[in-house]
Write a protein of this length. Structure first.
Length: 610
């Protein structure tokens, strides 16, 4: 028998593997605003390097596409180039032997359809204009356009109160978002080109915890205009804040006893301590915003009465109702919607889950809130049932990891098919139909039945968390147009025939994140201001520290530390801990200051108003 040896990667293999990992990280860091034609060429070259070279469509055809795109980028293309590219791409898609050739050509073809104007601009102008329009990635990825590099620089300088003031220019919930924002700003952080994205939300928490109470800025001179805002959630409060700063008198009509909407009644205290939410709300109220509680629009006061009493009306009622499962026995005893359960817990109403086997259906953040709340309410066993994979869950990864650490069972590729009842008509189990992963549609893998028999998960309580809806019945009765469960508005947030009525946030766009609701509120506040005949701007005179010219080498990211899982499951106290001063200083120092050294400098300075 011949002697064999273990195959150990040599030095060149290890270097190549390292380069692949670097490439993955740098693709992830690709910011919005990059030239799509240039990116198409880069990805096409990557695909071409992966082909085996056996078939002519891949070996020759992809090479020809590369040359044609290079002609576009280098000013050699003319009006015949794009039709030729389209013809070649289709030919390769139809004749390539394997999926790599097909996908490479399909990517080029989709680009020719999706951003043809960029190709045409290159041919017409003979150059690329994208380099002059690059946004700072973190700012561009933030729906509200918060000046991220600015407040990180202030955090590094120890000017925490000024950092809060700068955040509030575009987001009046700096403390709240420091706890629960989904931090889309980190997705394209250019620090990924060096090591890993900056912990932007963690730095926001650092400044919020160290700034103390920061009073709001002074309001502009009173305009004499009065505005009614229906709904005291994040969208309504944000719009009220900016309108009040502009000098208009705002009155919020809120049906519930306290302000905050789903921030207060939908997000558990362990994720968002309510005293910290109150911190932000108090700063909003300190601008002079008035509040009327316990009034239901359409019941206690009509929309027409508000139109008669105010110069403008803004509807921001949010998404506070739930979607039904649509399966057998859904109305049985022991079944409840997650939004109802979370609201009852927030209001202090008793929810009996102690000693029960609980199943939560869903894979989003609300589902994770429900399972982790059930654990804290003393449930014997808690399971989350989801019809796709963990990788397909819309919940934040840290929420999924947190649930698993708290002994929640995640049951994936399982579609609920029937609720099983005992002889008394109470819940005794959930029948699930096993699924298998299937074709990718719109960038997401779909599922289909696997062919395996159904199984039953024993349980005595079932919580549904498959989505939320807008409560629109009273709005429809007031004459406001509703389409597919959402208020139908113009791009300005207004309505045809009712120029003084506006809508924004979840009720107009469908359920979204808190930062998206805040962004929508900024837009609609500006549009209401214009409707009233004004053009106010919101300024922040905070001076940003001069960028340091020190280039830092690779440095590990400071991640949030959490309380021990076996300790935190016994209470609703906050789970996530703040950075230490040393950690906050180091993490804020990792910022590359793209607003100065990167793309932002091309714009001639930072925007100071909106």
């Amino acid at each position: 028998m011949s002697r064999k040896s273990i195959n150990i990667p040599n030095r060149s293999q290890r270097v190549v593997e390292g380069l692949y990992k670097d490439l993955e990280r740098r693709i992830e860091a690709s910011p919005p605003g990059l030239c799509p034609v240039d990116m198409s060429l880069a990805f096409l070259e990557l695909c071409h390097s992966q082909t085996c070279g056996k078939c002519t469509p891949c070996r020759i055809g992809l090479g020809q596409l590369k040359l044609l795109i290079s002609d576009v980028l280098e000013g050699r293309a003319d009006e015949t180039t794009l039709p030729l590219m389209e013809k070649n791409a289709k030919s390769i898609m139809q004749s390539a032997d394997c999926a790599i050739g097909y996908e490479a050509a399909h990517m080029v073809y989709k680009g020719l359809i999706g951003y043809r104007e960029d190709y045409e601009a290159h041919i017409r102008d003979g150059r690329c204009a994208c380099q002059y329009k690059h946004p700072v990635p973190c700012v561009a990825m933030c729906p509200a356009g918060v000046d991220v590099p600015g407040y990180i620089a202030l955090a590094h300088a120890g000017r925490h109160a000024d950092a809060v003031r700068l955040i509030r220019k575009d987001n009046p919930f700096p403390t709240t978002c420091a706890f629960i924002c989904e931090n889309p700003c980190e997705a394209r952080c250019r620090r990924n080109m060096v090591d890993s994205a900056i912990n932007i939300r963690g730095i926001k928490r650092f400044v919020a915890d160290n700034a103390g109470f920061v009073p709001p800025p002074s309001c502009a001179p009173a305009t004499g205009k009065e505005i009614a805002v229906i709904g005291g959630g994040p969208g309504g409060l944000s719009a009220a804040y900016y309108l009040q700063l502009m000098g208009h008198q705002v009155t919020i009509y809120e049906s519930l006893p306290q302000l905050g909407g789903m921030l207060r009644y939908g997000i558990p205290n362990y994720r968002l301590p309510k005293d910290r939410l109150d911190h932000d709300i108090q700063a909003i109220l300190d601008t002079g915003v008035k509040v009327i509680h316990g009034k239901y629009i359409g019941k206690d006061v009509t929309l027409q009465q508000l139109r008669d009493d105010y110069d403008a009306v803004l509807i921001t009622i949010g998404a506070s109702t739930y979607k039904t499962l649509g399966i057998e026995n859904e109305d049985a005893e022991g079944i409840m919607p997650a939004v109802t359960m979370l609201r009852d817990v927030s209001k202090g109403t008793e929810v009996d889950l102690k000693g029960h086997n609980v199943v939560v259906i869903g894979g989003g953040n609300v589902a994770m809130d429900a399972v982790r709340t059930a654990v804290r309410l003393g449930a014997k066993k808690v399971s989350a049932v989801y019809r796709r994979r963990i990788a397909d869950m819309t919940a934040l990864p840290n929420e999924i990891h947190g649930a698993v650490a708290e002994s929640v069972e995640i049951v994936t590729l399982s579609a609920p098919s029937r609720i099983v009842l005992d002889e008394n008509g109470a819940v005794s189990g959930l029948e699930i139909l096993p699924q298998m992963i299937s074709a990718i549609k719109d960038g997401r893998a779909s599922v289909k039945p696997s062919g395996l028999p159904t199984t039953i998960i024993p349980c005595t309580r079932i919580i549904s968390a498959i989505g939320q809806n807008i409560e629109t019945a009273h709005i429809v009765a007031s004459g406001v147009p509703v389409e597919r469960g959402k208020i139908k508005t113009a791009s300005s947030g207004g309505f045809e025939g009712m120029p003084d009525v506006f809508a924004g946030g979840d009720c107009a766009t469908g359920p979204a994140t808190v930062i998206q609701a805040i962004a929508a509120a900024k837009v609609v506040a500006a549009n209401i201001d214009e409707f009233l005949g004004y053009h106010h701007t919101i300024d922040c005179p905070v001076e940003i520290p001069v960028p340091r010219v020190i280039v830092t080498g690779p440095c590990g990211r400071v991640n949030a530390v959490e309380r021990d899982s076996q300790e935190r499951i016994h209470d609703f106290d906050g789970v996530e801990l703040c950075m230490t001063p040393a950690e906050g200083h180091q993490e804020s120092g990792r910022c590359l200051r793209c607003d100065h050294f990167g793309y932002g400098i091309f714009k001639g300075g930072r925007e100071t108003s909106w």
